[in-house]
Design a protein around this ligand. Structure first.
Ligand SMILES: Cc1cc2nc3c(=O)[nH]c(=O)nc-3n(C[C@H](O)[C@H](O)[C@H](O)COP(=O)(O)OP(=O)(O)OC[C@H]3O[C@@H](n4cnc5c(N)ncnc54)[C@H](O)[C@@H]3O)c2cc1C
Length: 261
């Protein structure tokens, strides 16, 4: 099986600054880590490779420093890694990101399965996986909690619904997105870490993936983030006096006054 795992680098901190002109996160100079959901995607890719053979390629779009994330993916065990990086990709929303990733997948060539995390912990939209599947023209299932089997050119998956679970059979090539907890991601081995230092990572810009400049980066992003700010929390504490019964009565009356009850 040829498997492509989409891996996003996310900031390793909650203290990120915002570019006030573009309302995007300033990622340059901030330490990055693999989006935690994508660790499960890598692990699932490696397990499928172990069971059915094939290769696993990690694909990321981001600033140059995202190469560290791909080196980590290589140290965990993926076979190849590709970074899409170019100033023209900067400020991409999910529509532009899915377009660039689809062009990257096309350039990688034949694939059976694309695996994404369910969501990125910074952008948090959970849109890129399904959008990428649409771009590639392949079926997809989001929030897969178990990959049951790959057989006869199909993959059988189980996904969580509000009522319970459902089994969905998809013809390959296909795309799935994974939540946390579907497996237990392995740690990189020392051998893996040494191998990753020596591995070549393909670095492709907009031109090398033949991307239409009007569909990438800020230009290709119809989403406009008007303002990003940290919500202010106002808390007021009030101590109730009296016996337990009096305190309960006072509490109920306050909740009714505030129209909470
Ligand atoms: C130069 C440059 C600067 C960027 N600056 C920002 C920025 O400031 N803020 C920001 O949020 N994003 C930035 N990006 C990345 C891109 O814009 C976002 O990845 C995109 O909007 C995804 O939205 P999301 O985080 O909601 O992903 P979700 O839809 O929540 O992600 C779901 C899954 O899709 C896959 N995925 C998502 N994004 C990527 C990616 N970039 N590469 C590989 N796989 C991916 C992962 O498997 C992830 O688990 C930048 C990219 C470049 C090239």
């Amino acid at each position: 099986m040829n498997i492509i795992v989409c891996v996003k680098q996310v900031p390793d901190t909650l203290e990120v600054n915002v570019n006030e002109d573009t309302n995007t996160l300033i990622r340059e100079g901030v330490d990055g880590v693999i989006n935690p959901f994508d660790l499960y995607a890598i692990e699932e890719g490696l397990r499928l490779r172990e069971q059915y053979g094939g290769i696993v390629t990690a694909l990321s779009m981001g600033p140059g420093q995202a190469i560290a994330t791909l080196r980590e993916a290589l140290s965990i065990g993926v076979d190849n890694a590709v970074l899409l990086t170019d100033v023209l990709f900067a400020g991409a929303d999910t529509l532009a990101t899915s377009y660039a990733l689809a062009k990257g997948v096309e350039k990688i060539g034949h694939f059976d399965l694309v695996i994404c995390g369910r969501q990125a912990i910074d952008g948090d939209t959970a849109q890129v996986g399904p959008a990428l599947a649409e771009r590639l023209g392949v079926p997809h299932v989001s929030c897969v909690i178990r990959v049951c089997e790959v057989t006869d050119g199909c993959i059988i998956t189980e996904r969580m619904t509000e009522e319970g679970t459902e089994q969905i059979k998809l013809s390959l090539p296909a795309l799935i997105t994974l939540p946390k907890g579907i497996n237990e991601p392995r740690f990189p081995s020392l051998k893996g870490k040494i191998g990753a230092i020596r591995s070549e990572i393909a670095v492709w810009g907009a031109q090398s993936i033949a991307a239409d400049a009007s569909k990438i980066g800020l230009k290709g992003s119809p989403t406009r983030v008007i303002k990003i700010s940290t919500p202010e929390h106002h808390r007021q504490a009030e101590m109730l006096e009296g016996t337990v019964a009096e305190q309960v009565t006072a509490l109920l009356s306050k909740l009714r006054q505030a129209e909470i009850l």
